[in-house]
Design a protein around this ligand. Sequence first.
Ligand code: ADP
Length: 591
Amino acid sequence: MRRKRLFWQLFPTFIIMVLISLIAVTWFASASYKSFFINQSKYDLIARTYLIKDKFSQLVIDTESATIDSICKALGNKSSTRITVIAPSGKVLGDTEEDPATMDNHNDRPEVIEAKNEGAGSSIRYSHTLKQDMLYVALPMNLPEGRTASIRTSISLASIGDALWSINTKIIIGGLVIAGIMILVSLYMSRRISVPLEEIRRGAVRFATGDFSQKIPVYDSLEFGMLADSMNQMAEELDTRIKAIIRQRNEQEAVLASMVEGVLAVDMDERVIGHNRAARELLGISAESSEGKTLHEVVRNIDLQRFVARVLATRESAEEEIVLRDAGEKYIQVHGTVLRDAHGHSIGALVVLNDVTRLHRLEAVRRDFVANVSHELKTPVTSIKGFVETLLEGAVNEPESAKRFLEVISRQADRLHAIIEDLLTLSRMEQDYGRTKISLRLEPLNAVLKSAIQVCELKAQESNIRIKISCPEDIRAKINAPLLEQAIINLIDNAIKYSEPESVIGVSGARENGEVVIRVTDRGSGIAREHLPRLFERFYLVDKARSRKLGGTGLGLAIVKHISQAHGGYPKVESIPGKGSTFSIHLPVVE
Ligand code: ADP
């Protein structure tokens, strides 16, 4: 339905009312004036007729008809009144306008009949003789012998029409002026109603869009004032409530967002109703894509879907570990509880997701470590035990065998010693790094590199390996010199171990991208890609037999990693099998 403005509803009504009253007033006034004028003229005419009646009754008795007619003409013309004298027979004896001889019998005229019956008569008629509306008045004239003649006077009503027309014109002009004023007043009145309404409407729209900053003006009209007041009050109340809700929501969001654990909420139909950042990251979903969707559509993991379905079905808390395989393997500890509303009705389930992948890995590393340590220690100990038993069983008396056995025992004891030394270094590092930070001093790097090379020089010479150093004198870093030297020694030692004789090893120090980078590069065997991520783990050996033969413990790079971290840096390796490897230690630059 097309809606009209209030103004256009009020305004035509006002106009119609004004027009109806104007027409009614004009019609009524005009009718009243008309009857008033006619009455006035009638009484005036009767009075005038009375004045001449006696004169004419004498004339009718005494005189000839021609005299009467000429008197009628003279008197009538002077007084602008038509005078007709009618004989008792109805014959016209004299008339102001016409020749009586040509006029028909006048006893049948209504005013004449009325005059004879009631003493005076009047009538309004259209005169065919004069071609206009006429007012006729007739009086009886009593003659001797009981005969009754009549005298009739008449005037034209045209003058009354003119007078009425001028009065009507005035009434209409007055009415139109009043109508004009009424229109202006109605315009003003409708605006007085519609303007505040419009203002209140705009205010309501503002409130609906959440803008409570501007109030609706309060009007002096009681109803509008009360309406505006109530709406302002409502807006204030809404504003306070919305602010409280937003604050609560922000607080909740902040709490949820800063949680390390993922939180996922679903309703009874398994539709996702909320999740925090951690949950999105863990499950690889986006805030928009999951809106209003079911868990099945959002998360592809069957285990999680089953888990949620179980919590919803049993309405009991549950805990389980699931594995997500989307991007690498992730172990997630999920804890589900039933969501309840204020009345205690179940409305869904809340799942807290805890990423325990690191714990898993640590656990695996720990297990490996214990197994490795035992294994690593067991090999030399078994070997020592075997040779000692052989010696005890008599070999001690065979000097040559005894010497060989003792040499083996000594080598194995050295290996045991090396392993234990490395383990101690590691555990010391872990302790120091874990508790008090190691002391760091700003020192030139060059000296540390040189010193490390010096330690390894002898071993390198054995295989005719050259060690080249390149490090600008001015490079300084915050370091613990003995520790860093140990790490570089480990790297150079490995480079020598895994390089062919006669090759070259590069040791360099440089500033790169806001870091101080120490590199040890060899052209040795290189390491296959799959080993690189785990290379810095304890006891990780690429080729166990070869490493052991070379006196490796699998702890050297673990120590390098720890020392790098103790310096606030990290180690890195790049290697191409058959071409060589580059191990680097990245340290932060201190300005
Ligand atoms: P190890 O004491 O046996 O040298 P590390 O922790 O120092 O133990 O090294 C771990 C493994 O990494 C070694 O077994 C070896 O296979 C490999 N590796 C280390 N450095 C190099 C290198 N420069 N070239 C090739 N392989 C290396």
